[in-house]
Design a protein around this ligand. Structure first.
Ligand code: AMP
Length: 113
């Protein structure tokens, strides 16, 4: 399978990785939409939220914990931030490997574009 985020997770292509643990990797988005724009992905390939088995839903809670932790270390915890998971084509998902966007560092506009 040719998945760009699997290749980042495997260290096969470069990324600005700022956090890793046994379950997830976080790296800066290549096309940032705000001063802070980080992607948090599971190491395991899961295509989207729609493909997440119920028994693995705890993984998303862990991704939220990591997003909160990174919001603190990036200095946007107090000012505020947005956590987004796009799912499927109409949900705006371009990369078919589950990921959470952590976005902040500027005033963000309405959520449902
Ligand atoms: P989505 O539209 O939710 O699938 O978001 C995919 C995100 O991945 C976009 O914000 C892209 O800018 C980002 N992206 C794509 N390729 C890379 C890459 N090689 N390194 C970092 N971010 C990437």
């Amino acid at each position: 399978m040719d998945c760009i985020f699997c290749r980042i997770a495997a260290g096969e292509i470069p990324a600005d990785v700022i956090y890793t643990d046994e379950e997830v990797i976080a790296f800066r988005d290549i096309n940032p939409q705000a001063p802070v724009h980080v992607l948090i992905i599971p190491g395991e390939h899961i295509a989207s939220l729609a493909e997440l088995p119920e028994e693995k839903s705890v993984l998303v809670g862990h991704m939220v914990d990591v997003a909160n932790r990174l919001a603190r270390s990036e200095g946007i915890s107090e000012s505020g931030y947005r956590v987004v998971m796009n799912c499927g084509r109409q949900g705006g998902q371009d990369v078919l490997h589950l990921h959470m966007h952590l976005v902040g560092g500027r005033q963000l506009a309405g959520s449902f574009g």
